[in-house]
Write a protein that binds this ligand. Structure first.
Ligand code: PGA
Length: 251
């Protein structure tokens, strides 16, 4: 079974409303007729306006984070219902920047994954090892434990709403990409772990994106690997030309 390729743009903390709307319009134009699955994930403040641009197109609207709570006295937080209210259908959870700068743990992330699914949002669950962990030979164990703990108590039936993004921390925003073979090896390990905790069928169906300095120059090589089913793109998602060039590689 061929898995569909899925490219998501993680805009991180960039773009004012006018800039975001302009970029979204360019992306919608360039994404017309493409067969791969496409999402853009801008900052919370522009979601509503960007939704007006992408609604009814083949570009999905995503968010970069959400609260682990449904509503109430949680100053500064954004709930899943609020995201849905502005047209969001997918949310990035467990990004390494959330893990390292904001202290998000696997169990906290798992709570958010469960809440997102309960509320009908799809999830991009990010996992990845640091450089120190890789150099200590722990890349596989770190990544598989993030997968297992991030998916704790999630039934096989819900997996069609989840995508895993493997993002080696040392490759994010650094210009250093994992080689296609190195990335594919970790994707394979993730797939084997999914087969162990769920089933061979679930493992076969799971879309596993690569993230970490993916750009037009290296996207084709990465996306040609048997276990790499797409990309979570940071820097190269901030310009429509580079994002569109990556989309072309996923066709
Ligand atoms: P990058 O970011 O493409 O700028 O390395 C990827 C990500 O952090 O999602």
């Amino acid at each position: 079974m061929a898995r569909i390729k899925y490219i998501a743009g993680n805009w991180k903390m960039n773009k004012t409303t006018a800039e975001a709307v302009a970029l979204a319009k360019e992306i919608v134009e360039k994404a017309k007729g493409l067969k791969c699955k496409i999402a853009i994930c801008p900052v919370f403040t522009v979601l509503s306006e960007v939704n007006k641009v992408v609604r009814g197109t083949n570009v999905l609207l995503g968010a970069q984070n959400m609260s682990d709570k449904e509503s109430g006295a949680f100053t500064g937080e954004i709930s899943p219902d609020m995201l849905k209210d502005v047209g969001v259908s997918v949310v990035i959870l467990g990004h390494s920047e959330r893990r390292s700068y904001y202290g998000e743990t696997d169990s906290f992330i798992n709570g958010k994954v469960k809440l997102a699914l309960e509320k009908g949002l799809d999830v991009i669950l990010c996992v990845g090892e640091t450089l120190a962990e890789r150099e200590a030979g722990k890349a596989e164990s770190v990544v598989t434990s993030q997968v297992v703990n991030g998916l704790k108590d999630i039934s096989e039936g819900m997996l069609s709403h989840i995508v895993i993004a493997y993002e080696p921390v040392w490759a994010i925003g650094t210009g250093k990409t994992a080689t296609a073979a190195d990335a594919d090896a970790i994707h394979k390990v993730i797939r084997e772990k999914l087969a162990e905790i769920y089933s061979a069928d679930a493992a076969e169906k799971m879309i596993i994106q690569y993230g970490g300095s993916m750009k037009p120059e290296n996207a084709a090589g990465l996306l040609a690997m048997p276990n790499i089913d797409g990309g979570l793109i940071g820097g190269a998602a901030l310009k429509s030309d580079s994002f569109a060039a990556i989309l072309k590689c996923a066709e």
